[in-house]
Design a protein around this ligand. Sequence first.
Ligand SMILES: [Zn+2]
Length: 221
Amino acid sequence: MEYPRAGAHYPRSTGEFLAWFGTDEDCLDYLEWLRWPGGFTCQSCGHADGWRLGDGRFECAACHRRTSVTAGTIFDRTRTPMTVWFTACWLFATQKDGISAQSLQRSLEIGSYPTAWAMLHRLRSVLVRPGRDRLSGTVQVDETFIGGDEPGLAGGRARGTGAGRRARPGPLPGPARRQETAPGTGRAGLGSPAKPRPSSGQPAMENRRAPAAATNPAPVK
Ligand SMILES: [Zn+2]
């Protein structure tokens, strides 16, 4: 598979992002393109022909099972508009230090904190690629903060410096970015299609949370 390229497979700037994903329909078109680059393929029987129903779902021409482009992805059965989801993805992928549920809720005017938290939870769950290869070749690690605030001091003052001039350790890291020899690999971002994965019993490596939403088998509707 061709490596995802900025400007072709995912936006290279916020301006491009806004131009690409102005409506929910834009977002769904994009997901369709990612998921079925050669046209609709039935995930039940593998038949590569079907049609789109009036409600936006797809029906297989062979087995007549119906599915949607979001089935089996982190966007499955969401009530949050796709534009909000996509903006959350964009912020999640582009903010160097990551994004908190609170700032996501504020910046996107998401109805409740639990909703924003659940969205981030789903996004984090798909950063882990079970069975991925180890990094090889030249590995670059972007600026990363290790450690956290020293406990017990108000206002973030560092212990033993009086005025707190000593540089404090930064916040806990956002996703450390890594790069292998081939550009684009190993990076988590919008360029990696949220492909539904078969629900296997594989352990989720380095993942403290269950990657539930991303690996659920698509429900038959
Ligand atoms: Zn089928």
